[in-house]
Write a protein that binds this ligand. Structure first.
Ligand code: PLP
Length: 401
């Protein structure tokens, strides 16, 4: 069986993790700090805070912005549950909007969904392809939309407009007009979960890129405290001489990253652009080349003049099929020894969201994309022979339907 997305765990990762284990410092410490600095240089954002997961990062930033009951947060209907669940945790209302043909949130539909209660938008760079950031950034700065904004907290007053909190769980290293995700909007959150492009087993990072008058370093210092029970000192400072005494300034969270995770991240980041992304692009190109010969195949957009994907998963759509036919094709592909997937089942189809009044018919593009999509495996260790096996399995399964 060709697996869908095994992590790349080689001797380099093992050595760095063992080095951490032997160093006597396994939780948040020097390696997290170094990983944060490297991520800041990499993405070009103003500063970076590592956390325990992408979900934790998104929730921490919604909490920081004071999102609460009565607020609305705009989220694409076509995403993983984390993007919307964190809004529910804060007591706010999720406002889903439909996606476009490229699977990403539609700025026109975002505009139509904004009300006086809208406090944030969470665009998702689906499959690693960046959203329309110029349109989204311009939208929240539109004077008419600013006039609607009802600031309640200090942070909301300081920003003076809707926050864009980008979910870049898939798109570390993706580019928009020559800039990397991390520096494309106010705040960007990465995920380093085991199936993501760059993994630390579990982990995430918050890229801070807030405009003036925010001081991103100050926000970083505050978030470090907020992500560790509101403790005025982290574990590393507490072990220094005289460092035992600390205060709790608020009932914070437990969202910090460990040095074991950061050790993996440091190795992964070092070889990300020159090795990981290179291989992923080769696989994307091979799939695109092979499937473009068939008129039943719809190749996803992953490179344009302005945008470059991080090649997370290859979302192949089959023309003129329904959901049931797609499921049957997936079954046949599995029987040929290839694991494929579907990214994603739109959230309005999920029991919790359905029971809370969301209807899939309101998101026709999401439903159409979902019904016809098959996610193909893309990862560093997938060999050229594996790629040929995947292509053959897909072609035979579609053509025998
Ligand atoms: C994986 C994922 C997340 C959550 O990341 P975790 O690190 O698993 O919490 C958020 N959004 C999307 C779109 C994801 O795919």
């Amino acid at each position: 069986m060709i697996p869908f997305s095994p992590p790349r765990m080689d001797q380099k990762i093992i050595d760095e993790v063992v080095d951490t284990l032997k160093s006597g410092w396994i939780t948040t410490g020097p390696k997290v700090k170094r990983f944060e600095e490297k991520l800041t240089t990499y993405g070009g954002q103003k500063t970076t805070l590592c956390v325990s997961s992408g979900s934790a990062g998104l929730e921490l930033m919604l909490r920081w912005f004071g999102i609460t009951e009565g607020d609305e947060v705009i989220v694409p209907a076509y995403t993983y549950a984390a993007t919307a669940n964190v809004v529910i945790h804060c007591g706010a209302r999720v406002v889903f909007v439909d996606c476009k043909e490229d699977f990403n949130i539609d700025p026109e539909k975002v505009k139509a969904a904004i009300t006086k209660n809208t406090k944030a938008i969470i665009p998702v760079d689906l499959a690693g392809f960046p959203c329309d950031y110029d349109e989204l950034n311009a939208l929240v700065k539109d004077p008419e939309i600013i006039a609607l904004f009802d600031a309640q907290t200090e942070e909301q007053k300081k920003l003076g407009r809707i926050l864009i909190l980008s979910d870049a769980a898939h798109s570390v290293g993706a580019e928009y007009k020559g800039k990397k995700t991390g520096s494309l909007t106010d705040i960007t959150v990465y995920s380093f979960h085991a199936v993501k492009n760059l993994t630390t087993a579990e982990g995430g990072a918050i890229c801070l890129n807030l405009p003036g008058p925010f001081n991103n370093q100050e926000v970083y210092q505050y978030l470090r405290i907020k992500s560790l029970h509101g403790q005025s000192k982290d574990a590393f400072s507490k072990v220094q001489i005289g460092g035992w005494k600390y205060d709790v300034v608020e009932p914070g969270y437990k969202f910090n990253m460990t040095d074991i995770a950061a050790a993996m991240g440091l190795v992964e980041l070092e070889r990300y652009d020159d090795d990981n992304l290179v291989r992923r692009k080769q696989i994307f190109d091979a799939y695109a080349r092979a499937f473009s010969k068939f008129n039943w195949a719809e190749i996803p957009t992953y490179e344009t003049q302005e945008k470059k994907s991080s090649y997370h998963v290859f979302l192949l759509r089959i023309k003129n099929i329904d959901e049931r036919q797609r499921d049957a094709i997936i079954q046949k592909i599995y029987e040929k020894g290839v694991a494929v997937n579907v990214h994603f089942i739109p959230l309005p189809l999920m029991t919790y969201y359905k029971n809370n009044g969301y209807k899939i018919d309101d998101y026709p593009v999401s439903l159409c994309n979902y019904s016809r999509v098959i996610s193909l495996p893309v990862y560093y260790d997938l060999t050229d022979e594996n790629v040929r096996t995947v292509i053959k399995a897909v072609v035979e399964s579609v053509e025998s339907k």
